[in-house]
Design a protein around this ligand. Structure first.
Ligand SMILES: [Zn+2]
Ligand SMILES: [Zn+2]
Length: 323
């Protein structure tokens, strides 16, 4: 019997459809991830083809991580009129902000899981530094960080990269998590994500954990093989994590992505970062990332109803990662 499951906190529902009898190998990705392009703008030697660099991390006087503005930005740092309201229902504000790219490695054929945990920690530090610098602009209310991998994951270039979009508002999906966390906290006097990771690590959905970080397949997974990773201690963002916590987090992220790559033939995915916006009075959102493999197509039902059908149960997905 299929189950209609609710997200831990949000009014977001999924149908876990176990009846279709799919095995993990049925989700193996068959398409080629390579995006055809003659010149890779992100490879060493082509630095002049990207907009002027914002920052870099070097090793032996060569860059190992590089950050620069996106050539085709979704938002721009141009001043505009703050709010335009026309009539009762037309609202717009300028798409103010910065759209940046962080290239995690100079090596074209590598991905995050090929990097050492120490290198991944350096990537996290660059993300954290860019968030803080963007937040210095008082007009910026949030910096959304994400990674697209593979064509179906939305990556237009095959060289691995992370993107960062700073916005003049906290995005709705983040705000929903913040509000739901606050409501839970008021009622239970604790952080829901601390409680969720504690509880889930004791279930069949728990995947990898160590002293500082935990990973599990969420109860109402929207995507086959979806995984959430979070520090065990309550932290609001990367900047609040100790070196040991960042290292644990990096090690688990690497393990999960490696497993995905080897077992499902390098599938496309998105990594979504959620942290508490800095200056917000009451936001105390627990930092976490969501890894969302893009192995199923959302169609009419998903887009229209907002309810997602997932044919891989999180219990089986967790089993797959641990196998
Ligand atoms: Zn490249
Ligand atoms: Zn917490």
């Amino acid at each position: 019997m299929n189950e209609l499951r609710k997200d831990y906190l949000l009014n977001r529902w999924v149908i876990i459809s176990k009846g279709r009898g799919k095995r993990p190998q049925d989700f193996r990705h068959e398409e080629n991830r390579e995006v055809k392009s003659k010149v890779c703008f992100f490879c060493p030697g082509n630095e002049h083809l990207t907009p002027p660099e914002i920052c870099r991390v070097e090793e032996n006087s060569e860059w190992i991580i590089r950050c620069f503005p996106n050539k085709f930005p979704a938002v721009t740092p141009e001043e505009g009129k703050l709010i335009e309201n026309s009539g009762n229902f037309l609202t717009s504000i300028p798409a103010y902000g910065e759209h940046e790219v962080i290239v995690e490695t100079p090596e074209h054929d590598k991905n995050i899981d090929d990097l050492s945990a120490g290198h991944i920690v350096k990537v996290l530090d660059v993300c954290s530094k860019r968030i803080e610098e963007s937040m210095n602009d008082k007009k910026i209310k949030y910096v959304y960080i994400f990674k697209n991998w593979g064509i179906e994951g939305g990556a237009s270039l095959s060289h691995t990269h992370i993107q960062l979009i700073s916005l003049p508002q906290v995005p709705g999906a983040v705000q929903e998590k913040i509000s739901a966390s606050k409501k839970y906290d008021e009622k239970n006097k604790s952080c829901p994500y601390c409680d969720i990771s504690n509880a889930e690590m004791k279930t069949k959905r728990g995947i990898f954990e160590d002293e500082h970080a935990a990973s599990f397949a969420p109860f109402a997974s929207r995507f086959p093989f979806e995984v959430w990773i979070m520090p065990k201690r309550h932290v609001k963002g990367i900047k609040d994590m100790t070196e040991a916590e960042k290292y644990s987090f990096a090690k688990i992220l690497k393990k999960i992505l490696m497993k995905l790559k080897t077992m499902l033939n390098d599938p496309p995915y998105n990594i979504l970062f959620y942290f508490a916006p800095d200056e917000s009075d009451c936001s105390n959102l627990h930092f976490h990332v969501e890894i969302c493999p893009r192995l199923a197509k959302w169609a009419g039902f998903e887009f229209g109803s907002g309810i997602v059908i997932n044919t891989m149960s999180p219990e089986d997905a967790a089993e797959f990662y641990k196998s």
